[in-house]
Design a protein around this ligand. Structure first.
Ligand code: FES
Length: 225
């Protein structure tokens, strides 16, 4: 196991402000969209959690000491652990928002969804394995989410991430402002954080509609219903 101080590249005597600043720098470097990887991103997040308060730092040092050489395991072990973990996705169908008068900006959107009696296809949770995109995971669990090209060239498979982080590989069609608003493409995106809340089926949002391709099975099924 690697020291969280080493992962954040700080001294064991670092104070709250130094830890916060190191975390902000390291989490940017580790982000898959900036040359890092999902595993590295999770390592940095986990390290920050370990050191997020004085009490937790003292506890860590009490257990392991300052010298990381004395700690069993290697950085590679730690990376493998994060690589192998599945992520939990909580999903909500955008059509439900329309029906119920909810909004994407609602802070309690997923709490309301959890309290409502919604069909499994509209709301629920599933796990994404390390080798799956979010769309593949949905399909492998029996859900029919919208898609068309499956290669980052349209907005049919778009989702809005309201909590957590999902990768946005470089070769995709979404403008930067959509990325900033949390829009991601489920056909090429993978979870970066252990938990992720996504609203799927958002292809009719303004700005996304014009990036759509002709419908594929999901949308056709909706039309046929
Ligand atoms: S289906 Fe076209 S970008 Fe995902």
């Amino acid at each position: 196991m690697e020291s969280p101080f080493d992962i954040l590249e700080i001294d064991a005597a670092a104070d709250d402000a130094e830890i916060e600043s190191a975390y902000r720098r390291r989490v940017k470097e580790a982000h898959p969209d900036h040359g890092g990887s999902a595993a590295e991103f999770r390592r940095v997040q986990a390290a920050y959690e370990e050191l997020s308060s004085g009490a937790r730092r003292s506890e860590w040092i009490g257990r392991h000491g300052y010298e990381t050489e004395d700690v069993e395991g290697t950085a590679a072990d730690e990376t493998d652990r994060y690589e192998q973990e599945s992520a939990r996705v909580e999903y909500l169908n955008y059509e439900v928002l329309d029906d119920r008068g909810w909004d994407l900006e609602d802070d309690d959107l997923f709490e309301k969804a959890a309290d409502a009696t919604l069909a499994t296809g509209d709301y629920g949770r599933f796990l994404v394995e390390p080798n799956e995109t979010v769309l593949e995971a949905a399909e492998n669990r029996g859900f029919a989410w919208p898609y068309a090209c499956r290669g980052g060239a349209c907005a049919n498979c778009a989702v809005v991430v309201t909590e957590g982080e999902m990768s946005a590989p470089v070769n995709h069609i979404l403008p930067a402002e959509m990325i900033d608003r949390g829009v991601r493409l489920s056909c090429v995106g993978t979870p970066i954080t252990d938990e992720l809340n996504v609203v799927y089926n958002v292809k009719h949002l303004p700005d996304l509609d014009e990036l759509r391709l002709p419908p594929r099975p999901f949308e056709q099924a909706q039309v046929d219903d």
